[in-house]
Ligand binder design. Structure first.
Ligand SMILES: Cc1ncc(C[n+]2csc(CCO)c2C)c(N)n1
Length: 217
């Protein structure tokens, strides 16, 4: 069995916790309160800025050059595609970025990715970044299959359920398998750990938006 199916197998219960989460259930129905979606979008804008930088760090570390190009394209995709989506949502829902600081969950996730991509090996960074791609595709498809008419969040759903995004996710998965194939057992273990931590943080990110999470102190 190649490596990435094992990764997905390990997070299957966690993935089901995500699809069963009220944030995703209500997003699917189009009944998610606007303030919760606003919280999510504001935090995601902050997340994406750091995520793009983490991808750029990976581009700098990548070998061979073809992989430098891939990570640069991922980074560019994170900036261009996501900014466009956020741009439209910021307008549609009258959201402002002013005075917004990272929530505890966003802070934890962005710092985890930044530290991992800078400090750990390329292979471990690859695994830490993979849930951001893979979980979003699966969640996007999951929601899309239960299509509800007049969902105010349809543009968000379409972005992650589209074929274009799916092709990017396939690239990220294939690259992870290629890296794992030549990695030591110790590195593969670290990759599994990193994939699991990021997956937990994906759950936490949605949960924090649902709770309108703020710093308690
Ligand atoms: C918390 C959080 N995690 C993952 C994504 C998904 N995502 C963001 S950028 C990118 C790659 C290129 O578009 C992907 C898959 C998100 N938006 N927010």
């Amino acid at each position: 069995m190649s490596f990435t199916p094992q990764l997905w197998h390990a997070i299957t219960p966690l993935y089901h916790s995500i699809t069963a989460h009220p944030f995703i259930a209500e997003l699917t129905q189009g009944t998610l309160p606007q303030e919760k979606f606003q919280h999510y979008i504001q935090q995601d804008a902050l997340y994406l800025a750091d995520f793009a930088r983490a991808l750029a760090v990976m581009a700098a570390k990548a070998e061979p050059t073809a992989w430098v190009h891939r990570y640069l394209r991922f980074a560019e995709g994170a900036i261009v595609v996501e900014k466009a989506l956020h741009g439209s949502y910021f307008q549609t829902f009258g959201i402002s970025e002013e005075g917004v600081v990272k929530s505890p969950a966003c802070f934890a996730y962005t710092n985890y990715l930044t530290a991992t991509c800078w400090q750990q090996s390329f292979a471990v960074g690859v695994a830490a970044l993979l849930p951001c791609f893979w979980i979003y595709r699966e969640v996007g498809n999951f929601i899309w299959q239960q299509h509800q008419p007049d969902n105010p969040y349809q543009a968000w759903i379409d972005t992650y359920a589209g074929e274009e995004f799916s092709a990017i996710v396939d690239e990220a998965i294939q690259l992870t398998d290629a890296v794992a194939q030549v990695a030591s057992p110790e590195t593969r273990h670290q990759m599994q750990e990193a994939f699991l931590y990021s997956s937990r943080l994906e759950w936490l990110f949605w949960d924090s938006a649902y709770r309108l999470e703020q710093w308690p102190v």
